[in-house]
Design a protein. Sequence first.
Length: 407
Amino acid sequence: MIDPLPPKPVPRRQRLRRGRDRLATALITAGGIGVVVAVMAIGVFLALEVVPLFLAEDPQVSWRGLWLPQLVEGHELPQHRWQPDILTAEETPRYGMAPLVWGTLKAAFWALLFAIPLALGAAVHSATFMSRRLRTRLKPTLELMEALPGVVIGFVAGLVLAPWVERHLAGAFSLVAVLPLGMLLAGLLWSRLPASLAQRLPPGWAGLWLMPWLALLVTLSLWLSPWLEARVFGGDLRGWLEAALGLDYASRNALIVGLAMGFAVIPGIYALAEDALSGVPPSLGEGAQALGATRWQTLWKVVLPAAGPGIFSAVMIGAGRAVGETMIVLMASGNTALMTLSPLEGMRSMAASIAIELPEAAPGGTHYRLLFLAALLLFVFTFLVNTLAELVRMRLRHRYRRLGRGA
């Protein structure tokens, strides 16, 4: 019987390579577990800081008082009030958190109302219509906008945009109405152009040849707005809004916050939605067009439904960013804890209240722990939104893998 040969010794270089691989795997695993533990620890810490607030049975704090209106001296109807600081000995602090939650949702609503159409429209155009050369240059530029600090956007919105809109209120309102209609008119005119001229203005380069048209609309709107304000609103649109509609215009309001925060949210929604649209198997669109569907019908009936989970994930992540934004709301909202539907008045969000009031709150006091309650609500909302977005993204990945096997 022949004895088996002894195993060859593993070279030293190979042993070192295996050791480095194991070390890298261990570090990556430890880092991933550390991130999960850190996130969970933040939630536990916030919860532990909030629990004593309700165990102490403070007469000033109750679930009813936090979320339902209370009678306030000098007012016949119950009021929602967030007034932790008192100026005189006769006053009592008011800890109604409903205005803060309302302000947070109000700011996020106007930001998403501005951001979602632009971001999704840009993603659809970039993924399905834009030329490849222009897309490779424009997409990284739009994604790079996400690196802009929120404090810079809030600074520009509070000190530049808000005063300009206040001075040119009629012009700003006319731009909001004219620009969407102008883009629809440009599309209608392009569809009526002769084929020879339409070929010189391909839809893939619409982002460039629309610029002069939009510049013309902006110029005409700003030039005609003083004349329209004098003719229709008696030369004072702000006074007309207050007299006719009962709307009090504040310089820093929900619309300013929506524009600024929407500008900050657009790159994230665009990047995720564009990746979802670009990831749709080309065979689906080609098959639909081979069966006689137009390019527009293919987009609405095939591409968008296939990329729907990814688009939903993008919108949810954008909503989480809008709810948790601090500096833009802090610098552009006026920080008035009001519960109104008017977009022309200010608001105060939970994140802004934490940034302003936490340094001055007495540690362990009622005001201090209520700010931690606001932080806990923000944490839970953001965690749930991001978890839902990730679950939808996993479903999208599974669908694409199944479609790939079917092809």
